[in-house]
Design a protein around this ligand. Structure first.
Ligand code: 13P
Length: 292
């Protein structure tokens, strides 16, 4: 099927009480692995790319690759720009056919964040593209953005409601103690805050920093109302570790197809584990192709 508006994918997830995996991809193999695993599990899925990946391939090529791989499938696939910070690059993704973009102006004061986000919302909605905003500050690294864990600021329901009303975002990334990248210390998540946020707002909530969270924490996040979970570093780790271990265990074998097939299998296993715990497995009925 054609690429699906990410807002609609998340609205359906919120309504039915499950969470959609949003996996950062960086090349054809990672993209293919995520889409294939989601199709095997009949799970809706969000493909997301960092700004760095857009700079590497160009938005048009990423849209073409994603469309080609998902056109004949029965699952809804959204294509999302993760952590957009440059207006020009965000616009490139909107124009090329991404089904959602994130504008991350969370490091600006609240009012400036609202203004910048609203500008993107106006452009994106004109083209039927959904928008993710962010308030509060997440710790860790995403492309060039580095934030110390002790500076993380958690989101309050009042802020979330005001931000959505004034900016018009379709879904919102909130800060409850997760961080980008590998956790150096045990994360102290405020899952109760997520539950209160979820009960107070009427739009889907996004949790960043999925890598390194245990299956029981992920399951608690879903129960508390997370509708979108971002996973990036774990995908990169499995990709690099799998290629590395294949090369090590097959010295002298110069058959890239075998190496890539092995890596795709490992990536698919990783993605499948996430889809299972997020509760998105089996949500697509193959006959009706509808979201439940
Ligand atoms: P991780 O790299 O910790 O999985 O975080 C991904 C993310 O939140 C991307 O926005």
């Amino acid at each position: 099927m054609p690429l699906e508006n990410t807002g609609q994918i998340l609205d359906a997830a919120r309504k039915a009480g499950y969470c959609v995996g949003a996996f950062n991809v960086f090349d054809h193999l990672s993209l293919e692995s995520v889409i294939n695993a989601a199709q095997d599990f009949l799970a809706p899925v969000i493909i997301q790319t960092s700004s760095g990946t857009v700079r590497r391939f160009g938005a048009k090529q990423l849209v073409a690759m994603t469309r080609t791989l998902s056109d004949d499938l029965s699952i809804p696939v959204g294509l999302h720009l993760d952590h957009g910070t440059e207006m020009e690059l965000i616009q490139e993704c909107i124009d090329a056919g991404y089904t959602s973009v994130m504008i991350d102006a969370s490091h600006f004061p609240f009012v400036e964040n609202v203004l910048r986000t609203r500008m993107v919302v106006e452009n994106a909605h004109e083209k039927g593209v959904a928008v993710e905003g962010e308030i509060g500050i997440l710790a860790g690294v995403e492309d060039d953005l580095v934030v110390q864990q002790d500076k993380a600021i958690y989101t309050t329901p009042e802020e979330a409601i005001q931000f959505q009303a004034e900016s018009g975002v379709d879904f919102l990334a909130v800060a409850i103690g997760t961080a980008h990248g590998f956790y150096k210390v045990e994360p102290r998540l405020d899952i109760e805050t997520l539950r209160v946020l979820h009960e107070s707002v009427e739009f889907p909530l996004v949790i960043h920093g999925g890598t390194g969270l245990s299956m029981s924490i992920l399951s608690a996040l879903v129960s508390a109302g997370a509708s979108k979970l971002n996973i990036s570093t774990q995908i990169k780790k499995v990709f690099i570790d799998s290629l590395g271990s294949y090369i090590k265990t097959h010295p002298g074998e110069y058959d890239p197809i075998k190496m890539l097939k092995y890596t795709r299998g490992e990536l698919m296993n990783t993605v499948s584990d996430y889809l299972e715990v997020l509760g998105s497995k089996g949500r697509i009925n193959e006959e009706s192709e509808s979201l439940s």
